[in-house]
Write a protein that binds this ligand. Structure first.
Ligand SMILES: Cc1cc2nc3c(=O)[nH]c(=O)nc-3n(C[C@H](O)[C@H](O)[C@H](O)COP(=O)(O)O)c2cc1C
Length: 331
């Protein structure tokens, strides 16, 4: 698939997820077979004024390319200014979020609120396309609610002002993250436009990704919650889509190695204090399969640094394989 000037190796991509898709997470998903990775939504007003937190969220490294930086906002000039900064940070593509259902954002008339106003979306896309040289894509929902399917119209207008791809989260804004996605809307968006269409919603296993591509005719699928604690879903889905054999699930030792790599990356990226706060969430997704999961979760409350964490992972994941350590681990 080609998104504007950017070539994407295969259709299996990583969906943006706030509080998850940070640079170490994205790099890991890339290394496990995601063709394209996207960072979490950042307010354009914060990016435009180069707020410190926003700029840290907007960091990227060559290893994750092609990579996507995502912004949200409702003012075309501010979105254009923010998009220029996303480009300058080294992202390959800038993605505009018209899907976020959180009340704070919708209340300001941003994110998902704009799915009720396709013309306003077109004005924003138009301004951003004129401001940057990298491809501009948009992430949308099926519509504001189940009764109003605006996605095909939004996609058509966006294409007419120069968008390079459309990514549909197959739920309405009103649905937020609850309830079944409606993949038929993705199929209708695909019928409506000629630029690439990607989609997400409800992909939990590799076979779901293949089914999504077949049933919708989309050019790509973005995996969200299905990859939390399971980066292997990307190589499994990639193998299936390229006609290869199924790939067996990872061993406990492999899960431990990958978890240690990710957490070590988070300690480097966030520093000790913040990485410790994130530790239960980051690690429990990987530990769900453990027979003594409750004891593992209990133990991480006492972790004070990465070395403590590595010891606990050894005890719980790989007691029988004490040689297992992170590839980059400092001892
Ligand atoms: C915790 C969480 C955070 C998310 N944050 C973003 C975001 O920052 N930007 C965005 O476009 N979509 C975001 N999404 C939506 C996902 O990209 C994706 O479209 C959705 O999760 C797909 O559904 P699935 O999780 O059922 O596969 C988020 C989803 C979750 C679960």
């Amino acid at each position: 698939m080609r998104i504007g000037t950017v070539s994407v190796a295969h259709p299996i991509t990583l969906a943006p997820m706030e509080e998850h898709t940070n640079p170490p997470f994205r790099l890991m998903m890339k290394q496990h077979g995601a063709s394209l990775v996207c960072g979490e939504r950042i307010d354009a007003c914060d990016v435009a004024k180069k707020d410190r937190r926003a700029m840290r969220l907007l960091s990227t490294s060559p290893g994750e390319r092609p990579s996507v930086g995502q912004i949200s906002g409702k003012d075309p000039h501010e979105m254009a200014d923010a998009a220029k900064i996303v480009e300058a940070q080294g992202f390959s593509i800038v993605d505009l979020n018209f899907e976020c259902p959180i009340r704070r954002l919708v209340g300001r008339g941003e994110g998902g609120a704009l799915m009720s106003d396709p013309a306003a979306i077109a004005r924003i896309v138009d301004a951003v396309v004129k401001a940057v040289t990298i491809p501009v894509t948009l992430k949308i929902r099926t519509g504001p609610d189940g009764e109003h399917e605006t996605a095909p119209e939004v996609a058509r207008l966006a294409e007419s002002v120069g968008a390079s791809a459309v990514d549909v989260h197959a739920r309405s804004v009103a649905q937020s993250y609850v309830g079944g996605p409606d993949w038929t809307v993705v199929a209708r968006v695909k019928q409506a436009i000629s630029i690439p269409v990607l989609g997400s919603g409800g992909v939990r296993e590799a076979v779901d990704a293949i089914r999504f591509l077949k049933e919708t005719g989309a050019d790509g699928v973005a995996i969200g919650r299905g990859c939390l604690g399971n980066p292997w879903i990307f190589q499994q889905a990639r193998s299936l889509v390229l006609g290869g054999a199924g790939i067996a699930p990872p061993s406990a030792a492999e899960r431990a190695r990958v978890l240690l790599n990710l957490v070590e990356g988070e300690f480097d990226y966030y520093g000790n204090h913040l990485a410790l706060k994130r530790l239960p969430r980051t690690s429990c997704y990987f530990a769900k399969f453990l027979g003594d999961f409750a004891a593992f979760r209990e133990s991480i409350q006492r972790v004070r640094n990465f070395q403590d964490f590595r010891r606990i992972v050894r005890e719980h994941f790989v007691a029988a394989n004490p040689q297992i350590v992170s590839n980059n681990s400092k001892s």
